[in-house]
Write a protein of this length. Structure first.
Lengths: 314, 514
């Protein structure tokens, strides 16, 4: 297992390198630079030139890349052009905020979606199956920003049960922090359930058609035992992979949800940095997101044999 | 029973919510501030927080003129080069120290030190504007500044919010090694806490030495009536609206599109004014098609500016074809003249300009806070009526700014930020294009007039120059100025005395009922 993990990490290095070069180049191809945005329409040539020199933007691109990448290898992602904060500290701080929402949402969604999908498959074409499929399709179709706003208006404005704006961290006040993340977690939970239920149902349907399930039923086992003792472990594998992909994707930023609920997370940081052309933050965020994606999927792959012993790590 | 207990528990947890205390004024901010160092790393949101904490020798007043702030009086020598500032006595810094001329000198030297990175340094060191030759403090309550040549905009430049108002700071604002710590100014509020990405909290300065009277721009009466002001970052307009309606927010700028609904909502009050910013249609006079003045005049005649303004502002703004805002003392009957809508004249001018049906490109942006996109769509339709085919090129803001600064457009719908003095307002778009591609009007004779207006102080003479410039601008039509945007803010009913200014909140002279 250790060799597998190390191999996978080693394989990720060229990916991250290509990522670093691509992001560096692509962001600079987009028109506009941070100096002109900072000075705005009052930018006179002298001030622009001063600011570009201070930000190191007057150097050649290869030189800028070499300086930045050299620092990255030493663990320094640079400083934000807009706020002058160290990028690594900024990214970790914002990631911790996004992560608590994403992990909670995906965990709850998985705990509900997997049994629901399996039961729907077990009762295929029955009223329960139809209801589950219809509801999951509806939830999947609703854009997250609209769903978030609806929840905000209902629970925040209409009922007054939950706060409408602001954020409190768990470190500051755990109880109040819970109140502030209920709605963003609920928004993501409802959306991801739609995604996960469909995969759980589809993979369960496939497994229930296999001979060994027929054999288990012929032996006289109860439907419960057939479903949870025999079908579950084989059916769960694809859903587990999907959970990993969803988690990796969402950990990369939930900008829309963060914007609606005024959460200072990684997604908003990245979007704001792109609009401000804050190159170090964009580069740092995307490298971090790529690294997180690789790590999450590595953990998913390492745990796969727990659910499906037929799969061996090679 | 369980649900009742849960409701009570939730209510208890919400007992100390955001903005509910009568001593806290919670104001929504579209984005986080960039820093707390005035005039260094800044944008509009940053300036709006900074001017609650720091004050300069002079400050902008309501109509865009400059008046005394920390200076009690300002005298100008007969040669127009030496300004003598008599400082107010008894003004304290947030750390309790009394302000003297030594602090003014220290602040000035710090601003002019390249290591500070003050964005306005080039305005005063001779590279872009005048050169401040000497700053002296002959006694504890007097400061003199000598400049290299007479310039009527010197005080304006000191007062500019984007320059941090050249705020006077105590040396406790910096660490022993000179690096920035936090602002220790003389403003009605002092720095409290900055939670990056979330909020900035300012605390009442109990020893604030308020000037008498009502608020007057960034000067006048500025008593801090609340204990705390919290600028909360809320980027989404829908969330802002929900926050106001729920009472979580006390004040927020609201988009024009929400005004109709909010005007009927008994929970909020609206405060609608205008700013000195300008929405305009720019013509690239180096473009083969638009180098012809007839072509530019043709486009201007094809546009019904009143209708464009009504659509873009939901009927709330008035057309203003002058670069001078209507609240300025320099807004004369001449300035009130604008381009006339005349489709027949437009067709005639198009023919005279040799227009052969080429498609023109109108560049605009998708920024939500300005109506540029809507304006461009209406212009496209109006041009079609006179036989001009136009394509819209919609780009995001950073790309728009890049195109604007490089002059890379044929026609552009652009929004200029506020510049309160008319000379600064004209200078915003006048100048040599070969040196500054962002300039729209490159006319040496007009430039000479503008330079004269910046050198003299006589208001009547300046008025004559501005009127001549306006008439010349209408003849040449390098750009078509449409209107000054409205400034719409909403507050909850428990907020009293709130008056925004130039698109920014002013937390002073504002109270919150419990």
């Amino acid at each position: 297992m250790l060799r597998f993990a190390l191999n996978r990490i080693a394989m990720a290095v060229p990916t991250l390198l290509i990522m670093a070069v691509s992001v560096f180049a692509l962001i600079r191809l987009i028109p506009g630079d941070p100096a002109s945005l900072m000075l705005g329409d009052l930018a006179d040539p002298v001030s622009l030139s001063d600011l570009r020199a201070r930000l190191g933007l007057d150097r050649s691109l290869p030189e800028q890349f070499a300086i930045w990448f050299g620092n990255v290898l030493a663990g320094d992602l640079g400083r934000s052009i807009t706020s002058n904060q160290p990028v690594l500290a900024l990214v970790l701080e914002r990631f911790s905020v996004s992560a608590q929402i994403v992990v909670a949402a995906v965990l709850f969604a998985s705990l509900v979606a997997v049994p629901a999908g399996m039961v729907a498959a077990w009762r295929q074409n029955g009223p329960l199956d139809v209801a589950v499929v219809a509801l999951s399709t509806l939830l999947l179709s609703i854009p997250t920003f609209w769903l978030g706003l609806l929840l905000l208006l209902l629970f925040g404005l209409k009922l007054g049960w939950l706060p409408v704006v602001g954020y409190v961290s768990f470190g500051e006040d755990p109880w109040r922090a819970l109140l502030y993340i209920v709605l963003p977690v609920a928004t993501l939970f409802l959306h991801e359930i739609g995604v996960l239920v469909r995969m759980a149902r589809a993979s369960t349907l496939e497994v229930l058609r296999l001979d060994y399930i027929t054999h288990a039923r012929a032996k006289g086992l109860s439907e419960g035992a057939v479903l949870w003792r025999h079908a579950f472990r084989n059916a769960f594998g694809p859903t587990w992979t999907l959970i990993g992909l969803v988690l990796g994707n969402l950990l990369g930023g939930i900008a829309v949800v963060e914007t609606v609920f005024t959460i200072p997370g990684l997604g908003r940081l990245l979007v704001d940095a792109i609009f401000a052309r804050d190159y170090p933050v964009i580069q740092g965020c995307l490298l971090f997101v790529a690294f997180t994606y690789v790590m999450v999927n590595l953990v998913v792959d390492l745990l796969y044999p727990v659910f499906d012993p037929r799969v061996a790590l090679e | 029973m369980r649900s009742v207990r849960l409701t009570v528990l939730l209510a208890g947890l919400l007992a100390a919510p955001v903005g509910a205390s009568a001593q806290t004024l919670t104001i929504a901010s579209k984005a986080d501030i960039r820093g707390t160092n005035p005039g260094v790393n800044r944008d509009g949101e940053t300036d709006a927080v900074a001017f609650h904490m720091v004050e300069g020798l002079v400050a902008y007043q309501e109509g865009g003129t400059v008046g005394p702030m920390l200076a009690e009086a300002v005298e100008l020598s007969s040669d127009g080069r030496t300004y003598t500032f008599r400082l107010r006595k008894g003004v304290k810094f947030h750390n309790g120290a009394e302000m003297t001329s030594a602090d003014v000198l220290w602040s000035w030297n710090r601003y002019m030190d390249p290591k500070t990175d003050w964005r306005c340094r080039s305005e005063f060191d001779g590279r872009s504007g005048i050169k401040v030759e000497a700053v002296e403090a002959p006694d504890p309550h007097t400061v003199t500044m000598r400049i290299d040549r007479p310039q009527s905009l010197f005080l304006d430049s000191l007062a500019r919010p984007d320059c941090g108002m050249t705020g006077i700071l105590h040396r406790d604002s910096v660490n022993p090694d000179g690096s920035w710590k936090a602002p220790v100014g003389t403003g009605p509020f002092r720095f409290g806490e900055w939670r990056r990405g979330q909020s900035v909290t300012l605390l009442r300065f109990d020893d604030y030495a308020a000037l008498p009277g009502k608020p007057d721009g960034l000067t006048g009466g500025k008593r801090p009536l609340v204990r705390e002001v919290r600028f909360l970052v809320v980027p989404d307009p829908s969330t802002v609206k929900a926050g106001l309606q729920s009472g979580s927010l006390d004040a927020a700028e609201v988009p024009d599109s929400d005004l109709a609904e909010l005007s009927k909502d008994s929970r909020v009050k609206l405060h609608i004014g205008s700013t000195a910013a300008r929405h305009a249609v720019l013509f690239q006079t180096t473009d083969p098609l638009f180098k012809s003045a007839k072509m530019r005049q043709a486009i201007a005649a094809a546009l019904d500016v009143n209708e464009i303004v009504a659509i873009a502002s939901d009927g709330r703004a008035k057309a203003n074809g002058s670069t001078i805002n209507m609240r300025s003392p320099y807004y004369s009957a001449v300035q009130a003249r604008g381009a006339k809508h005349d489709p027949a004249l437009a067709r005639k001018l198009l023919a005279e300009a040799g227009y052969k049906g080429e498609r023109i490109r109108i560049t605009t942006n998708n920024r939500k806070s300005v109506p540029s996109f809507n304006i461009a769509v209406v212009i496209q339709a109006m041009l079609q009526n006179v036989g001009v085919a136009a394509d819209l090129e919609v780009v995001e803001w950073a790309t728009h700014m890049d195109r604007f600064l490089k002059g890379n457009y044929q026609v552009m719908v652009h929004s200029y930020s506020s510049r309160l003095d008319p000379a600064l307002s004209f200078e915003h778009f006048m100048g040599p294009k070969d040196k500054q591609p962002r300039k729209v009007w490159d006319d040496p004779e007009a430039q000479a007039l503008l330079e004269k207006a910046t050198a003299i102080s006589d208001a009547e003479e300046r008025q004559k120059i501005f009127d001549r410039l306006h008439e010349r601008m209408l003849d040449d039509m390098p750009l078509l100025i449409l209107f000054n945007p409205i400034d719409a803010w909403a507050t909850t009913r428990r907020v009293e005395g709130f008056t925004p200014w130039e698109g920014s909140a002013r937390a002073w002279e504002t109270s919150v009922r419990p």
